[in-house]
Design a protein around this ligand. Structure first.
Ligand code: MLT
Ligand code: MN
Ligand code: ZN
Length: 315
């Protein structure tokens, strides 16, 4: 299984256009040891030809240009992207759909009912696409009454991969009619399995808390890719950028009690092999973006990697 990180940053990217936090300012001026990152997306394939795009970032056109396998060039209009799985309806995961409107072949979109509702009401993107390429929407079923139940699906044009969707505690987008009334299916994590090898990757770029129903899925993974948005719960408050905590907007921070570092320590090794632990969806304020920071060193001590654009994970 080939997992390619198209964009490793959270909403806004790194640097963010209007941000002068020490990271964004330092990156622009070349005074910090860090690399720019586009907004949150990965693509996954087993055969290297047929790809699933996870999320459609505002930077998707640049991301496609930067990864040649997504443009195999077999026909006058063509793409290696066979389907798009949306893990939530956030702007940084869906705005790229507007950029993927060309062509006569319908986009194959996999999302939960809650995400579909947001993308046909608060944000009309899926309705708007019907005036261009059109979509085939496939339901990712979520059982809101028993979160330990999961639903698996395959995608016809993407051979040898199986996907298991799990409801996560996170938050609906700020524009959502039910922003303050979380529902199962607003955000999912996905266990991606290569059928022939049994290799698995857990992917959850928006993860507010590792709830009791999650370890049964995460422990199966050879690679765990999780929410790396913030270092502390009060990061945005401390910088005067927001009045809300990380957890309250659906992002478990890395540090502190119950933080991602402590939680990730509980996973691996699997069958004698080290489990890869990768943070993704990293906000531009996060000190882990500075490669020589104390926070980055702490992650390394715990065997945790920080995703970057162009990162390839082969399982
Ligand atoms: C999030 O991950 O919380 C959102 O992408 C934030 C945003 O859209 O600005
Ligand atoms: Mn986001
Ligand atoms: Zn910034």
């Amino acid at each position: 299984m080939h997992i390619h990180v198209l964009g490793a940053a959270a909403g806004g990217g790194f640097p963010q256009w209007n941000c002068n936090c020490p990271n964004c300012d330092g990156l622009r001026k070349g005074t910090i040891n860090a690399t720019k990152r586009t907004q949150s997306s990965i693509c996954v394939s087993s055969n290297g030809v047929d790809w699933v795009l996870f999320n459609a970032s505002p930077d998707v056109l640049q991301q496609i240009q930067d990864f040649a396998p997504l443009q195999p060039g077999r026909n006058i209009r063509d793409s290696g992207i066979q389907a798009i799985v949306l893990i939530d309806a956030q702007i940084d995961h869906t705005t790229g759909l507007y950029m993927l409107r060309e062509g006569k072949v319908k986009r194959e979109i996999y999302c939960t009912d809650m995400v579909y509702e947001d993308l046909t009401s608060g944000n009309q993107v899926l309705n708007i696409l019907s005036h261009y390429c059109g979509i085939n929407r496939h339901v990712v079923p979520i059982d809101g009454t028993d979160l330990s139940k999961s639903s698996s699906f395959t995608i016809p044009n993407v051979p040898n991969l199986k996907f298991t969707a799990v409801a996560l505690k996170s938050a609906a987008p700020p524009y959502s009619p039910h922003r303050n009334d979380p529902k199962a299916g607003d955000t999912i994590g996905v266990l991606i399995e290569e059928i022939s090898t049994g290799k698995k990757c857990w992917y959850s770029p928006g993860l507010g808390e590792i709830e009791p129903h999650l370890p049964q899925f995460m422990t199966q993974a050879d690679c765990i890719m999780v929410d790396g948005t913030f270092w502390t719960d009060t990061e945005m408050i401390d910088m005067g950028l927001m009045t809300k905590t990380a957890r309250s907007i659906g992002h478990n921070p890395q540090s502190g009690k119950g933080g991602m570092i402590e939680k990730l320590d509980e996973f691996g090794p699997k069958e004698g092999q080290a489990v890869r632990k990768v943070l993704i969806h990293i906000n531009n304020t996060n000190p882990i973006l500075r490669e020589d920071s104390a926070e980055r060193a702490t992650l390394s001590q715990h065997g945790i990697e920080v995703a970057y654009d162009g990162m390839d994970i082969i399982l």
